[in-house]
Design a protein around this ligand. Structure first.
Ligand code: AGP
Length: 611
């Protein structure tokens, strides 16, 4: 996720754009840059690695004067944070400059084509193909060249584009990444979201997918991809700056829960494609290396550890390789036996967690090959691991991890399928069937989000309880652990997660009339056993919210629990991704009802860099 801004008008563009970028810094902050048309009608670009403050310092040394420009704050996906990989990106001729938020899935194919046409590439980014492609199609009409380039691009994009020959306009285009245009008496704007525009205007137009905006200092036109005019009504924004940063959601956590369909889609992009082999860039492992792996260790902390617990089942089922999942702070001190041909997978949203880093070093020291799954490009784990798998969830601001967790499971599924492909441990039809189901997950996650009323109602009935229990079997037990952590960290309610069959070995003594139990039963083979476990607690008076896959029609669930939540049907191995979403929402609603500081829970930090 990145932040895009553009301005054309009577103000100085550089300070206006820098101000807008600071308001978008929550969308990405590893590098930033501006392109400005100066008074001599030249396009000048200044960009650098680091926060907006670093860019401001660079601009102080190389002042940018002019009233038209585009700007960008980056959250790296393709190519580590560096000066050269920062946006704006420019065509080799220097006549096209582009800022981009999104992922160009077919960039390698486009890059090869453009190289064959004589274009030179300097960066590791997917974005660099965009200015080159626009340049390729440019014959004096920027809007037309952008349209033609877009017709060749697959993936998501919000673009701000300038052309040296047309210093009177910025062209903007969106597909699957947000973009707004703002109008004011002193000029017009584009931005990834309205928070960047609020000091200047509250009159905005929301672009829809495949709509172009051609923005002049005192004019704004909207076009379809066919070049036809699109009529749009302006919207007056009444939100505060704070609400705008959260796209109107009350908290970052709720916003990030709702970003999960996109985070899943982005993490799948260019890796899982119908009819094509699973692809992982930067895996740095030959098919022989993969076939030689005898044992996998997954090591992580907190929510990332819970993703690792799901990962154990996924990888064992897909690859037939035995997997051990460990809590990072325990791993080093238990003297793990790491024999030859072991792979150590560390999972860390931030890539900076001290215990996870220490476990990675321990594994390396003992001779394991290492693979890091992380959301932050250039973070410490990426520098120390042999291979890296980036989740493309975008920055996670709320302390409670949500979208990082689901993308970590997507990463583990993708790695599992990739290994299975090399080892031939799964039939190709089975791999294809799981891939097809994975591609349906974003839509199914949307369907889960749409059913929030059941969770709001159950939260309203139960938010003042002191204890709650989470039950599940198999993968549902792993999800129960994550649901339990989510509730306790943001609502301060004591929760415990139990394997459904284990409760009767002691903890069932705590179940009494009114005890709240969240019971997961998504796994088909374990459903009847789980129904029995639910009955064990309901007969002792528990108030049960049940989660299963499918719908109420079969009647199997009639009278089993006090309330039911149905997730859309999917493969059992994929169910955790859909099952965790209602648990996140339930925790959120309970915490809000209890008046807790949802985004900044007491005693917690987003990144735990001490042991
Ligand atoms: C979860 O909501 C927590 N914020 C926490 O458990 C977190 O997952 C853990 O500290 C690991 O962080 P990492 O993924 O950045 O390594």
């Amino acid at each position: 996720m990145c932040g895009v801004v553009g301005y054309i008008g009577s103000r100085q563009a550089a300070p206006t754009l820098l101000d807008g970028l600071k308001r978008l810094e929550y969308r990405g902050y590893d590098s930033a840059g501006l392109t400005i048309f100066n008074e001599e009608q030249e396009m000048r670009t200044v960009k650098c690695k680091g926060r907006i403050g670093a860019l401001e310092e660079k601009i102080a040394d190389h002042p940018l004067s002019g009233t038209i420009g585009i700007g960008h704050t980056r959250w790296a996906t393709h190519g580590e944070p560096s000066d050269i990989n920062s946006h704006p990106h420019t065509s080799p001729s220097g006549r096209i400059s582009v800022v981009h938020n999104g992922i160009i899935e077919n960039y390698q194919h486009l890059k090869a084509y453009l190289i064959s046409k004589g274009y030179v590439f300097y960066t590791e980014t997917d974005t660099e193909v965009i200015p080159h492609l626009i340049d390729f199609y440019y014959h004096g009409d920027l809007a037309e060249a952008v349209t033609q380039a877009a017709s060749k691009m697959e993936g998501s994009y919000a673009l701000g584009v300038m052309a040296r020959e047309e210093p009177d306009k910025i062209v903007a285009l969106r597909k699957d990444s947000p973009l707004v245009a703002g109008v004011s008496a002193e000029g017009n704007f584009i931005a990834s979201d309205v928070s960047a525009l609020l000091p200047y205007t509250r009159t905005v137009y929301y672009l829809h997918d495949n709509e172009l905006a051609v923005i002049g200092a005192s004019s704004i036109r909207f076009l379809s991809m066919e070049g036809e005019s699109v009529a749009k009504e302006p919207v007056t924004i009444t939100w505060s700056v704070d609400a705008a940063e959260k796209s109107g959601y009350e908290h970052f956590m709720l916003k990030e829960i709702h970003e999960q369909p996109k985070a899943i889609r982005d993490t799948l992009a260019s890796r899982i494609m119908p009819g094509q082999p699973v692809a992982i860039e930067q895996i740095n492992m030959s098919p022989e290396d993969i076939r030689a792996i005898q044992k996998i260790f997954i090591v992580a902390c907190g929510t990332a550890y819970h993703a690792g617990v799901v990962g154990k089942t996924i990888l064992e089922k897909m690859t037939g390789i035995p997997v051990e999942t460990d809590i990072a702070s325990e791993f080093r001190y238990r003297g793990p036996i790491i024999q030859e041909n072991a792979l150590l997978i560390v999972i860390s949203q931030s890539g900076e967690t001290a215990d996870t880093l220490a476990a990675l070093r321990e594994g390396r020291k003992k001779g394991a090959r290492t693979l890091a799954i992380t959301n932050v490009m250039g973070s410490s784990v990426t520098r120390e691991a042999d291979s890296v798998f980036y989740t493309w969830a975008g920055p996670e601001i709320a302390v409670a991890s949500t979208k990082a967790y689901v993308t970590q499971i997507i990463a583990l599924l993708t790695i599992g399928l990739y290994f299975a492909q090399c080892k031939e441990s799964m039939a190709s039809e089975e791999i294809e069937r799981i891939k097809s189901e994975m591609l349906l997950l974003p839509g199914k996650a949307e369907a889960v989000l749409a059913q929030k009323e059941t969770l709001q109602k159950f939260a309203a009935e139960t938010f003042n309880h002191r204890d709650m229990f989470y039950l599940g079997r198999g993968l549902d037990y792993a999800v129960a652990m994550e649901g339990s952590l989510k509730l306790k960290e943001i609502s301060y309610i004591h929760t415990e997660s139990y394997a459904g069959g284990e409760l009767k070995h002691g903890t069932i003594a705590l179940i009494e009339k009114g005890t709240v139990v969240i019971a997961l039963a998504t796994q088909k083979a374990l459903r009847e056993k789980m129904i029995s476990n639910i009955k064990e607690v309901t007969t002792r008076g528990a108030n049960v919210l049940g989660f299963t896959m499918g719908n109420a029609e079969s009647g199997v669930w009639d009278g089993v629990a006090n309330a039911m939540f149905y997730i859309p049907a999917t493969e059992d191995l994929l169910a955790p991704i859909l099952a965790v979403i209602p648990l996140q929402l339930f925790s959120y609603y309970v915490a809000v009802l209890r008046g807790c500081d949802v985004d900044r829970p007491r005693n917690l930090a987003k990144s735990v860099t001490v042991e």
